[in-house]
Design a protein around this ligand. Sequence first.
Ligand SMILES: Cc1ncc(COP(=O)(O)O)c(C=O)c1O
Length: 473
Amino acid sequence: MFGARGLCHVSAADMPAAVSMRAPIPASLRTAARSGLHLRQATFHRRRPSSIGVICNTAAKDLEATSVSGNGAARHHEVKPAKLSTTAVHGGERAGRPRVADALTTPIVQTSTYHFRNTAELIEYNEGRFESYEYGRYGNPTAQACEEKIKALEGAEDCLVSASGMNAVTSMLLSLVPSGGHIVTTSDCYWRTRQFMQNFLPKMNVGVSVIKPNDLDALQAALDQHNVTLFFSESPTNPYLRCVDIAAIARLCHAKGAAVCIDSTFATPINQQALALGADLVLHSATKYLAGHNDVLAGALCGKTELVAKVREFHHIMGGVVDPHAAYLLLRGLKTLDLRVERHNRSAMEIARRLEKHPKIDRVWYPGLESHPDHAIANRQMSGFGGVVSFEVRGGLHECISFIDNVKLPYIAPSLGGVESLIEMPAVQSYWGFGPERRAQIGIKENLVRFSIGIEDVEDIWADLEQALEYVP
Ligand SMILES: Cc1ncc(COP(=O)(O)O)c(C=O)c1O
């Protein structure tokens, strides 16, 4: 109904009928649209979108208010996709998304703050009777569409998108693990995550046990010995693509009241559904496959409502919000996730098999290969093995550099999961400052290459690797 200053509030259930091109549009709204009625959808951050409010901010004060409640059949339907490829395209962007100027795509809502028409409306908002956004650190419609899409892809109750993967990691750990708590993590891990857990958490009186991936006895011992709050591991891990048995770990942890968080960056929800396997939380550096184009940083955390809510509350204080432009790029990238991952999987499997047979290669680390220590686990819990292949070039640091310096197609760069192939030597890229002894201690081999296979033609990629391997003495 119309309120003060020509505002009409249409209930959540009404909104799809009001905006659908297929549903009959009520006469009053058609008139309103012709006379310059401005439709703005107000979604919200504090009360998640179980309903949608539409504000009709009209200049024609004398327009008659009409409820546009429709029956179910007339509504613009939420797409209820059965398959992940459909969810990747439509999830979070049909019913419940902002609608501006009838644009097909979700708009970039470039604002730092949101306004209220009067104090009464603000009070209604504060008391949960009016749904909107308040301030950019607390929510944004473009970012929220990303959250809804990733949430649907992971089959999660809730999702929080933030400014980077590291922001998701640190916010999750700081908000869920109390002082005096204890975490268990695995030895192969993105180095910044390891750095945070081993150097910063102990200063906050959080204990850390590091176990080998899949050493379930060590996990049980840690659970028996400490009051473990959280188990955290990547799967597959960076850079050796180790895969942890998520279901077995969840069983052990849950029996002791500990939560399980899996960093599924290398897997993506296309290849691995960590929550369905038993994890309580799944985390992504969305910078990688989710966004997929090496052009944006973002992070995502999905899982049980009460856990994500705690992290969200902390995130509102810490302020690591994703920029609306970045959120749009993530949203756009996500639409092709299934297509891209399918190509990454196929090419990586092919390259891994060929590398394994190459005389200048000592060892290949790819969970799709029978030779990988976690192949059986990966086979059980993944539907594809991802686009990263790590391998050891015959010789040491210098032989490996001879190879790297002669590849022409991949960029020599950190990161992974984008359409462009990227190649790096972890010993030089991330671990150079550690020195050879410390590198050996933490298992980073001097001749290790981490290759993120892009979506270029697989024969072009292989031809380039082959010619570069000729430079290895
Ligand atoms: C497995 C994994 N998790 C988290 C991160 C951190 O993500 P971001 O670079 O988006 O902060 C990375 C970065 O490479 C990663 O590889």
